[in-house]
Design a protein around this ligand. Structure first.
Ligand code: ZN
Length: 102
């Protein structure tokens, strides 16, 4: 989230303002004295990253790591490998042994 600083011509005080986006309207009223005479003194002081921004930044690398890990794993370690081979019990060619024996 960008922070902008505005100086008041009335009292000389600095107002630090968090703007939601670059297109947000500039504040005009000084929080310190109420004068309607603010002007921007620094275009962008700091950019505070939200946690979501950090996660979004990590995502491409993280997904690549996961893809590589899956690529290295044996085919039958992929859950989809087994899911694709499951059929309803009534359609099974071989009934096999019940998994749970009494
Ligand atoms: Zn002021």
């Amino acid at each position: 989230m960008p922070i902008y600083e505005y100086r008041c011509e009335g009292c000389g005080g600095v107002n630090s303002v968090y703007l939601r986006s670059y297109t947000s309207a500039d504040p005009t009223e000084c929080k310190l004295c109420g004068a309607d005479s603010l002007y921007r003194i620094i275009s962008r002081v700091a950019y505070i990253r939200s946690e979501m921004d950090k996660l979004e930044q990590l995502d491409p690398k993280y997904h690549k790591m996961v893809d590589e890990a899956i690529g290295r794993a044996p085919a039958n370690s992929d859950p989809d490998y087994h899911m694709d081979r499951m059929v309803p019990f009534s359609q099974a060619k071989e009934k096999g042994e019940p998994y749970f024996k009494e």
